[in-house]
Write a protein that binds this ligand. Structure first.
Ligand code: PHE
Length: 443
């Protein structure tokens, strides 16, 4: 039976805010905007929304069902319901946690650095060169390490005292900042042009498979799916929780913040005629473009910049916590380690693993691709097969706490057929492409 000493969230709100904190992060503000810019704006947004609802939401509910049902961390949870062979999928999840946090922490380190720069001195004119200095080498590594220490300290304080408490304080602040910035952005000259690019689709792009693929990867990344983060958080829930409602709330908040972040970023870019800069978008584009926008806006720009980067840091922190928790909870359950020991040892290992990404943004981009295209999409594929076909009575598990819901059959059918079929199609294209990117890095 479930471990009697296992920690639980102290309230429904605590769980929801922690899960939303996991979902909302650099993915919503940095990754979403740069992918949207690269993939024809609205075309990408439409795909992303559709995939989140039809594919992401069923997988999210699947993760919640496995986690709460087993009351265990990913490796143990999958083994519990599926036997030893499936616990390997849990090992893949933990590996994904390592990999993602290793470069996520580097980008988060940039945002901490940026927040400090805007706060103390403001950006000068030569932002592209500045970004070059900040984003690589010891500078990048140092701030990544600093960010990891913060993450470790919070996770080390436990589910209630660390993760839940942080989310309860920081998430409302983040919502307030992002919404406030969107109102401000609406007053800028470039707002109409920015909205137009963001919201009116380019139909040529809408038909392209590449856009579909990026949108699928983004849907999984943004909802923290396919590597057991949501599974782990759900393992601290009681059986009276209404999982379908929770999944809708989490997905709604994640989409909402991503969408509002777009309402901030695109007007800013267009107000200052910086759209060309984002055209050939790369991981660094926003870190160059947005500070240029803030710099040109003078005094207000300073304030807006501080708020923007503080929101990024907050989003990154609450997401990083969930990534580390996947690893830490597995070490507690599987290796019998104490939480403090697991957090510090594995957190330090992840910080070191981030070194290649800290020294090269090319490496960082490729690791991001591997994590998304292989681990998250592949993990989501395997998990949907698991819950669709292998797990005994998943519907019974969702029903606990959600008796009135009528769409279980639809959910199960999506997980059995549509979700794996769609993900297989995307993987078919994404796997060779990712392999080529990895080879190119070494070649
Ligand atoms: N969802 C987070 C974001 O958008 C990233 C993340 C991915 C977190 C996978 C946990 C697991 O920034």
């Amino acid at each position: 039976m479930a471990n009697a000493a296992r920690e639980q969230w102290s309230s429904r709100m605590g769980f929801v805010l922690a899960a939303v904190g996991s979902a909302v992060g650099l993915g919503n503000m940095w990754r979403f905007s740069y992918l949207a810019a690269e993939n024809g704006g609205a075309a990408f947004v439409i795909f992303y929304l559709a995939i989140t609802l039809v594919v992401g939401l069923p997988v999210l509910l699947a993760e919640l069902v496995v986690g709460r049902g087993a009351q265990r961390s990913p490796v143990r949870a999958l083994g519990h319901f599926g036997g030893p062979a499936w616990s390997w999928l849990g090992v893949v999840f933990v590996t994904a946690g390592f990999l993602i946090l290793s470069y996520y922490g580097v980008i988060a380190g940039w945002t901490v650095r940026y927040a400090l720069i805007v706060l103390t001195e403001g950006f000068g004119s030569d932002i592209a060169n500045r970004f070059d200095d900040i984003s690589r080498g010891w500078d990048a590594f140092g701030f990544h390490a600093l960010f990891m220490i913060g993450t470790i300290a919070i996770v080390g304080h436990g589910v209630k005292g660390g993760i839940e408490r942080t989310a309860m304080v920081l998430m409302p602040a983040l919502f307030a900042i992002v919404v406030g910035l969107a109102f401000y952005a609406a007053t800028l000259d470039g707002a109409p042009a920015g909205y137009a690019y963001y919201l009116s689709p380019d139909f040529d792009k809408l038909l392209s498979f590449d856009v579909l693929k990026d949108a699928a990867g983004q849907a999984f990344f943004s909802l923290s799916l396919g590597m057991g983060a949501m599974l782990t958080f759900a393992s601290y829930l009681g059986r009276d929780q209404h999982l379908p409602n929770e999944s809708l709330t989490i997905a709604g908040a994640d989409i909402g913040i991503a969408f509002i972040a777009g309402l901030v970023v695109f007007p800013l870019i267009f107000a200052l005629g910086l759209q060309q800069q984002v055209g050939g978008s790369t991981v660094g584009a926003l870190f160059i473009t947005l500070p240029s926008a803030f710099a040109e806006m003078g005094g207000v720009g300073r304030l807006v910049g501080v708020l923007f980067f503080v929101a990024l840091v907050v989003g990154a922190l609450t997401s990083a916590i969930s990534l580390l928790e996947v690893v830490v909870s597995s070490a507690i359950d599987g290796l019998g380690w104490t939480r403090t020991r697991a957090a510090w040892l594995f957190g330090a290992a992840i910080a070191l693993l981030g070194a290649p990404s800290a020294w090269s943004t090319d490496v960082l981009g490729v690791v991001d691709q591997v994590a998304n295209n292989l681990f998250l999409l592949g993990g989501g594929f395997a998990l949907s097969l698991f819950v669709g076909w292998a797990m005994p009575d998943p519907v019974g598990e969702v029903r606990a706490g959600a008796e009135g819901v009528r769409w279980f059959f639809l959910w199960r059918t999506l997980l059995r057929l549509a979700v794996p079929a769609f993900l297989a199609l995307v993987l078919w294209d994404a796997v060779p492409e990712t392999a080529a990117a990895v080879l190119a890095l070494f070649g």
